[in-house]
Ligand binder design. Sequence first.
Ligand code: UTP
Length: 410
Amino acid sequence: MENYELLLKKYNQEHLLKYIEMTDKKEELIKQIEKINFEQLQDLYSVSKRDNEKAIKGIIIEHVPFVDKYKLDAEKSNNLQTLGEEVIKNGKYAVVTMAGGQGTRLGHDGPKGTFKLNVKPRPKYLFEILAENLQRENEKYNIVIPWYIMTSTENNAKTVSFFEENNYFGYPKDNVTFFNQGNLPLLSEDGKLMVDENYNIKVASDGNGSIYKSMKNEGILLDMKKRGVEWIFIGAVDNAILNMCDPMLLGLTIKDKNEIASKSVVKANPHEKVGVFCKKDSKPAVIEYTELPTEMAEETDEEGELLFGESHIMCNLYSIEALEKIAEQNLPYHSAHKKANYLDENGNLVKSEEPNSYKYEAFIFDGFNYFDNISILRGRREEDFAPIKNKEGVDSPETAIELYNNYWKL
Ligand code: UTP
């Protein structure tokens, strides 16, 4: 028996033999099968079942302190600002944009950064908005901030050619580096590997938490060190007013002698559907709104501030050592029940209207767990957070356009 046949038999995936028979691209499919880590797949499949139970059972959840940027007195504020500016001015700061997501909720055809937002004075692509924001910082400090963009294997080529076609929106090309994140196979509800219409094993990007290992494996951490980078900001592609360069966040982290930090905005109301900062078993973490008990969601301190009110808005800061440390860890995978089209065993394409598969993702905030403390700087929603997640309604292009125009007073 061939190696792949043994593997398929051992791991209960013999249905794939039929697809190998059916396709004229046999070699490719066999190669893909032989690359699969079947042991890991088994663990992942068991996670998809386990996640349905209460994830925080037995874990101690506590409040984590934060600093409100706008409640600091002028002297403290200036000191933090100066501390942070020193780092940026001296070329020790880099920015990473996570652009490997699928953007399924928005439903845009192409990488999310190529979505055009109808802002004033003229419509702009999300990548263009980020490039402009960073250029503004470059001019302010008279430097060029190295910009790294994480793509998926699915959207990498389109992303790179989009930048080429648009002349990098004026950003110095030598300072823009693309790197790929990893993939994981999807599993059907009964734990079987799936095949797409081109007879490839169905895979999907493995979540924004894979950024840590990808930065190590793709040589990004090394490149940063060569350039003398000491602090790294990691943000999402889909925030139209993302502030990638806040010296106060940097200053606060340095003053606190912490290795990781995050910008937050306070929840719009105690039951807003966002993940919030907390400590889980005394380590910094983000707790999902689905996991936070109602009484904790509503709990306030003596000043009336929500104890669990600081939303994680994907504005995270790390020392290079912190990124190196997390890259050595294996972050947990979470499962999502999703719709996936697939080829059935008769070679017919099945388009599912209902979730029929499990996708596995690591989350960026699970990296916080390897530290004792985190600095959290509360900003303001109208200055920091204009997410584009849904086609319409909450966190949609419409709400982001309004926030963008207001922020830039257009
Ligand atoms: P989301 O978790 O909102 O996912 O990503 P998404 O892919 O944009 O949208 P949906 O859920 O499919 O509708 C938050 C940030 O993390 C990045 C996204 O590109 C976005 O900047 N991300 C997400 C990755 O880079 N890789 C991933 O595997 C997932």
